[in-house]
Unconditional design. Structure first.
Length: 462
């Protein structure tokens, strides 16, 4: 059962959360949403990527009404990109509530914004300068404002917005609720909070240092649209008999599973929406080797005891370093070879560096395998399968057949045909995988696995 269920959220919000594919509330969400829903001022401090946006998006959407016009909530963000992004995320949360967020930021035609403001959005997300602009023109009025959020407060201070923020807070009704979110808490933020907040609840989620074992760790930087082909090329090259592909959301898992199946891979998906019976059967198939690739969300794979997994592919970068450690902990158990490859889009590089910093372990860069490399890899795997069959001496009963074939064809021709048949041809059926932004999710328990292994390039099929 999802920890979102414990937060007493409305059916509309729960539907939105479901649609977003979030399985569990992150720690900062779990701890800040209840006091914020109760109307308290809240200070939330948590590292980047841990889901602070949803921490205020949910209380805002729950606490404002669809009928009343004039802005009821104001979110102040440091940059225009964040204003847009946060506005989008709030609108996703609000999709079934009949309320709407409008981003306003410098650089966009102010008259266009004024027209949009006339439509009375209940929520405004903006950069300090542009909010001040509208305040001066009286194109935004604050008298109905119930909630003010300072998002990424440390960033705003770094960018020199302190004065603007103070002006805005002074102009807001004193009866309002104030929420402040930040990755760090420099003194000026504490001072700002003391001055403008009313007995705030303080929530701090500390970044944790962690260790990862010696599983070989790589990453590939690639645009989202190429991720799936890259995954397929890697699977063809490595031909793992037991691999987990991690996706971020239930929907993502379904999409990747379906696309892999379409291309002829033996894959099954695992996530929280499946019935217990279905999950059990997926796991049984995977453990027995009938399914080679398990596509799973973090939550679904948590606590699963699977020790035959040799390859972990992070189709999406994990939400935080702890999830990363958990995912990687799936490989290389019991003295086996472990290999982990994380696919990231260029803008996720900083998240990867953050994981590296906290795990104190370098993740090596790899370039995406080309189709040719994938094909060569697949051929290599075919040859290894042939050789393994020779070593196992399991083909003796075919010798007569081979001898009669040799009367009509030379051995090289025959062997070439056999290799061709054994080689999994890279399949390039076009597929469509929806892009999602990275999600955070912090895990409490930490894994420790004793073992060290070296990378074995190509896994042999038995
Ligand atoms: P922060 O502001 O703490 O840096 P964000 O709010 O930008 O982090 O969240 C980062 C990503 O995590 C976003 O893509 C967001 O959609 C996703 N996310 C937020 N909450 C959850 C959750 N409970 N489960 C999964 N993903 C989440
Ligand atoms: Mg944020």
């Amino acid at each position: 059962m999802s920890t979102f269920n414990n937060l007493n959220l409305s059916a509309e919000i729960m539907s939105a959360i479901n649609k977003l594919g979030f399985e569990e509330a992150t720690p900062i969400q779990e701890k800040t949403i209840p006091p914020a829903l109760a109307g308290h001022d809240v200070i939330g401090q948590a590292p980047t990527g841990t889901g602070k946006t949803i921490s205020f998006a949910i209380p805002i959407v729950e606490r404002i009404s669809a009928e009343a016009n004039k802005p009821q909530a104001l979110v102040i963000t440091p940059t225009r990109e964040l204003a847009i992004q946060v506005g989008e995320e709030i609108n996703k949360v609000a999709q079934f509530k009949g309320v709407h967020a409008l981003p306003i930021y410098g650089g966009q035609d102010i008259n266009r914004q004024i027209r949009a403001l006339k439509k009375n959005p209940q929520i405004i997300v903006g950069t300090p300068g542009r909010i001040m602009d509208h305040l001066r023109r009286s194109t935004i009025r604050f008298h109905n404002l119930k909630i003010v959020v300072l998002d990424e407060a440390d960033e705003m201070l770094n960018m020199g917005f302190l004065e603007d923020i103070e002006t805005i807070l002074q102009a807001a009704p004193s009866q309002r609720q104030t929420l402040l979110f930040s990755a760090t808490m420099p003194k000026q933020i504490v001072a700002l909070a003391n001055k403008f907040m009313n007995n705030p609840a303080m929530v701090k989620i500390a970044p944790k240092a962690m260790t990862v074992d010696n599983t070989e760790q790589y990453y590939i930087e690639i645009p989202h649209g190429k991720k799936f082909d890259t995954l397929c090329n890697l699977l063809d090259m490595h031909a793992p008999t037991s691999a987990i592909v991690f996706g971020r959301t239930k929907r993502g898992v379904d999409e990747v599973t379906e696309a892999l199946t379409k291309r002829g891979y033996s894959a099954e998906g695992l996530h929280g929406d499946l019935t217990q019976a279905r999950r059990d059967s997926v796991m049984r198939q995977f453990r027995s080797g009938a399914t080679e690739i398990l596509v799973a969300t973090d939550v679904a794979a948590r606590g699963l005891d699977i020790d035959s997994v040799t390859h972990v592919y992070n189709f999406d970068i994990p939400q935080d370093p702890e999830s990363y450690v958990h995912r990687i902990g799936r490989t290389g158990r019991a003295g086996r070879t472990g290999l982990a490859i994380t696919l990231i889009t260029p803008r996720e590089l900083s998240q990867l560096k953050f994981i590296e910093r906290l795990t104190k372990k370098k993740i090596q860069r790899l370039s995406a395998p080309t189709l040719t490399e994938a094909r060569e890899g697949a051929q290599q795997v075919a040859i290894e399968r042939l050789i393994a069959t020779i070593e196992e001496q399991t083909a003796n009963s075919y010798r007569g057949l081979a001898e009669s074939l040799l009367e009509h064809h030379d051995s090289v021709t025959l062997l070439a045909a056999a290799i061709k048949l054994l080689t999994k041809e890279p399949n390039t059926t076009p597929v469509n995988i929806t892009e999602e932004r990275p999600k955070p999710q912090t895990r409490k328990n930490q894994t420790k696995r004793p073992r060290s292994n070296s990378l074995k390039k190509r896994k042999r099929r038995k």
